[in-house]
Design a protein around this ligand. Structure first.
Ligand SMILES: [Fe+2]
Ligand SMILES: [Fe+2]
Length: 478
């Protein structure tokens, strides 16, 4: 920016920070107008990003859909009531849509007026669930705003967990309902149509953990060189990568787990982000970075988490090709008549189900895929309250309101691509070798793998950057 441009801002009462003064901005008048419309009078890197963004690049467009704006709440009983009411209403509406509106559900308190033996339909939240020891029935306490009742299923239904919202149809017998039919909100199949679109690839990274002495620096360096076209293996894909997702745990952070300090090569969180910046800054600008936080990042751990904090990660906001979103978040990619919905969640809530459902506790890829399927069926990223730390906002950002084409997580440091219905499910590896903490719990991380999705047809491949020769990890084409 030259002095004349800086003066234009000053004359309009706008203070320009040093980091922005170094940037080239073409349409100053438009930017000043947009800032005045929004009553913003300090132009820092984050504001510049938020206003200009990079929504449109020719025919190629990235549109954020779910993006938590940073509103705060205080954990009061009233705030939790409002939060759960919103969650219930959102999931109830998804259930009604799923059942094509063919629902005659009554309020739970009205069940006392239903004659014995008559059929009844209910929509409620599972407030308690257990298996009867003798007959192996599933006994559920179902709750809506009007009251609670017992509903009983004659089978053991492993898809049901506490706090899901479900639809049941059954017969009233005494004070309970014996279930004939049960439905979760679930996702629907998106029909795939033939298209003439170009091959455009999205790649998914998470859990980079810069600052850790176990950070897989050489492998990430190899990935950046590949994106730059300096490596021949799979260069036809590298050229056509347009979206690079960084799905949380960008840095290792400070004091995140016991005795972490002994495993840190950078002991200052700002410097950890600065070191990530140096790596990301080498990626060509035509490739767009989507950056979200995780539980190791310098931001509150309660979900939803806002964009990475400019105070700690300010240097990342200098990346012209970066878009910052919340955790969770979702966005559409639109080009050549194609629209793909991508849902991102760092994945903190996955571990609750690893720890509480015995068949998943080996944390195999198929176990994590089953938990992700459970989330999609429940249309919620943390169906059971307590599976992750939450902020009781008026709107529940963890509801999966749109059916995603791709649902990507990380956090557990597994690496796989799987599919449920027409939704591609990804756990995006990590770029950190085994920590002492992981060793103690027998967790073996899958390091430096790269899930790749062709947005044209949702075909997938998992590349392996662990060794000098880039390989393919079989079993990940869905
Ligand atoms: Fe991680
Ligand atoms: Fe994590």
């Amino acid at each position: 920016m030259d002095q004349k441009q800086i003066d234009s801002f000053t004359q309009n009462g706008i203070l320009v920070t040093t980091s922005v003064k170094e940037k080239q901005i073409t349409d100053i008048d438009k930017l000043i107008k947009q800032m005045k419309e929004r009553n913003i009078f300090i132009l820092d890197s984050k504001t510049l990003h938020d206003i200009l963004g990079f929504e449109s690049d020719g025919d190629f467009k990235i549109s954020p859909l779910k993006d938590y704006n940073g509103d705060k709440s205080i954990s009061t009983p009233q705030a939790w009531v409002e939060y759960f009411n919103d969650r219930f209403e959102q999931l109830k509406n998804l259930l009604i849509t799923r059942l094509n509106g063919n629902v005659r559900a009554i309020s739970i308190s009205n069940i006392r007026n239903v004659p014995q033996g008559d059929e009844v339909e209910l929509i409620g939240m599972i407030s308690d669930i257990s298996i009867s020891p003798v007959k192996k029935y599933t006994i559920i306490t179902l709750e809506d705003r009007s009251g609670t009742c017992k509903v009983i299923s004659k089978t053991i239904d492993e898809e049901l967990v506490k706090d899901q919202v479900i639809f049941v149809r059954g017969k009233k017998i005494n004070d309970a309902v014996f279930i004939d039919e049960i439905n979760l909100p679930d996702i629907s199949i998106k029909e795939e149509t033939q298209n003439q679109a170009d091959d455009v690839y999205a790649i998914f990274l998470s859990d980079i953990h810069t600052g850790s002495s176990l950070f897989a620096e050489r492998q990430l360096d190899r990935l950046v060189s590949w994106l730059n076209g300096s490596i021949e293996d799979f260069s036809d894909i590298a050229k056509k990568v347009k979206i690079i997702v960084l799905n949380g745990d960008l840095v290792d952070g400070i004091g995140v787990y016991p005795e972490q300090e002994g495993e840190l090569s950078i002991k200052n969180v700002i410097e950890q982000y600065n070191s990530l910046y140096e790596i990301l800054n080498r990626i060509p600008d035509d490739k767009k970075l989507i950056i979200t936080p995780g539980n190791h990042d310098a931001i509150h751990i309660a979900e939803p988490q806002p964009h990475v904090d400019p105070y700690f990660a300010g240097k990342l906001y200098n990346l012209e090709n970066a878009m910052f979103l919340s955790n969770p978040s979702s966005f559409n990619v639109i080009y050549d008549g194609i629209k793909r919905n991508i849902l991102l969640y760092h994945g903190f809530g996955l571990m609750y189900y690893v720890n509480t459902i015995p068949k998943y506790n080996k944390m195999r890829n198929e176990d994590i895929a089953s938990i992700m399927t459970l989330q999609l069926k429940s249309r919620h990223l943390a169906p059971t309250h307590g599976s992750t730390q939450l902020m009781p906002l008026k709107h529940d950002y963890l509801v999966i309101d749109e059916v995603p084409d791709i649902y990507a997580t990380g956090h557990v440091h597994n690496a796989f691509i799987s599919k449920y219905k027409s939704t591609v499910m990804i756990n995006s590896s990590c770029w950190q070798f085994q920590t002492k903490y992981q060793k103690k719990y027998g967790i073996i991380p899958q390091v430096a793998k790269l899930p790749v999705v062709n947005l044209k047809n949702k075909r997938t491949i998992m590349l392996d950057f662990l060794n000098e020769k880039i390989g393919v990890l079989e079993g990940n084409a869905v």
